[in-house]
Design a protein around this ligand. Structure first.
Ligand SMILES: C[S@@+](CC[C@H](N)C(=O)[O-])C[C@H]1O[C@@H](n2cnc3c(N)ncnc32)[C@H](O)[C@@H]1O
Ligand code: SF4
Ligand code: SF4
Length: 411
């Protein structure tokens, strides 16, 4: 089942541990358009304003003035609806020497994803790209949460096509991104087991729904329920860690496993501590110093959860000026540092981005987290064909559609 070869040595952001804070990641909302209507979408309010997307020339100025940085996180809206995205990505690769791209998609356009990733790999050979397909649960649940009938099988098609076309490419990573809500909470464990067993993904991230959601009342997690769920799914992460280890030779494989499990557990601990009320992370959040969010219409922010503090158009799209602006300095001051810090949340991307710049915290938490996850680890040998079929039965998946997908794209 595991047909990935050994990964090449990457200089991804997580391997560049540093105390020196500088721009590390830009979160670029490439469009405000979307072809879905997700109940939990934190961006629906922003999209509803219906402003124009930044033009290619504005993006060009952003890229030309941002200097070198490591990671470009795409967002939106649905990135596959931004038809000049391939050119935009190539521009950031050339100008900013980015090492990683995170490309999230709702999976409604499988062929476009394959076409664009193929092009990206051809024209930007030294950059990692993670295709992160949003999948929130089994068929009916997914389609209800996403507001699009048939989205589930389209997203599966995207997954199959991506793993089929890039499974052997060490610079293409695959992820499934699941947002936990009232719709899917009860089935998250079964769903993660099924995804692990059926798809050769590198990892599967779960996020607690955050922010201002389109539908009220979808955020139902509490510290206790989130901790219970996270403990329950922890062995699946050990399975993913084993997959990673298998792809990496010798000592590096073992280190990768420890690092991955330790980081995942750290993320879980910090997130669970913050679900009921803001609680200090035990490290600075480096939002605004190492990260910049640019919305589709040019507003900019230090992170996805804070208010915008300006518009790039008022700075002639000059990122260097924005980073050193009075507005950004004030914002960083308001987030605060050390014991003066006063802004905490559950956002996985920022918890992970910040930990890289807090090496002491990173080393101690990774070690502690690894030990915690080892303690609650359980064998995954129960995940066999029979078990997977039972889950497909239980959640009433369409056998015909599944078998068509399996026939076409054998992993
Ligand atoms: C805003 S979407 C943009 C990309 C694309 N439209 C998609 O849905 O994959 C980026 C990611 O955020 C997730 N997301 C949406 N609303 C969320 C919320 N309230 N809390 C946490 N994650 C959320 C989506 O499921 C997706 O994985
Ligand atoms: S989560 Fe993604 S697909 Fe869903 S409405 Fe928001 S932007 Fe669109
Ligand atoms: S703690 Fe969360 S909300 Fe506060 S600045 Fe950091 S990422 Fe933003």
């Amino acid at each position: 089942m595991n047909n990935h070869p050994k990964p090449i040595s990457s200089t991804s952001s997580f391997q560049k541990i540093s105390t020196k804070r500088k721009l590390e990641s830009i979160f670029l909302f490439v469009t405000g358009k979307c072809n879905a209507r997700c109940a939990m979408c934190f961006y629906s309010g922003d999209m509803d304003i219906k402003k124009e997307d930044l033009t290619f020339d504005e993006m060009k100025k952003i890229s030309e003035t941002a200097g070198e940085f490591n990671r470009l996180w795409l967002s939106g809206g649905e990135p596959t609806l931004r038809t000049d995205l391939p050119e935009i990505l190539e521009m950031f690769y050339k100008n900013n020497k980015i090492k990683d791209i995170n490309f999230p998609t709702n999976g409604l356009m499988p062929d476009r994803v394959v076409e664009w990733v193929t092009r990206f790999r051809r024209n930007c050979p030294n950059c990692m790209i993670t295709v992160s397909v949003s999948l929130d649960g089994f068929e009916e649940t997914h389609d209800v949460q996403r507001g699009v009938p048939g989205n589930f099988y389209k997203a599966l098609e995207t997954l199959k096509k991506v793993t089929h076309n890039f499974g052997k490419d060490p610079r293409v990573m695959t992820n499934i991104a699941t947002v936990i809500t009232k719709y899917n909470y009860e089935q998250i464990y079964d769903f993660m087991v099924w995804v692990y067993g059926r798809f050769n993904m590198a990892t599967h991230t779960i996020e607690a729904a955050r922010g201002l959601t389109r539908e009220e009342g979808v955020k139902i997690l509490t510290e206790a329920s989130l901790k219970k769920l996270q403990d329950e799914v922890s062995p699946i992460y050990s399975g993913y860690a084993e997959r990673m280890k298998a792809k990496t030779e010798g000592l590096r494989g073992k280190i990768t496993k420890i690092f991955y499990l330790g980081l995942m557990r750290t993320l879980y601990n910090v997130r669970a501590d913050n679900i009921d009320k803001p609680t200090p992370w035990g490290m600075d959040c480096t939002a605004g110093e190492t990260t910049l969010v640019i919305d589709y219409d040019g507003r900019f922010r230090s992170c996805e959860l804070r208010e915008s503090i300006g518009n790039v158009k008022d700075y002639e799209c000059n990122v260097t000026d924005i980073i050193h602006s009075v507005a950004m300095k004030k914002e960083i001051g308001e987030i605060g540092h050390g014991y003066k810090a006063n802004c905490w949340c559950t956002h996985g991307c920022w918890i992970m981005s910040s930990i890289v710049f807090n090496p002491c915290k990173m080393i101690s938490s990774v070690y502690k987290g690894y030990r915690q996850s080892k303690k609650i680890n359980k064998p995954l040998s129960f995940i066999n064909e029979n078990h997977l079929r039972n889950l497909e039965e239980k959640y009433k998946l369409d056998k015909e559609k599944l078998s068509q997908l399996n026939k076409k794209f054998i992993l």
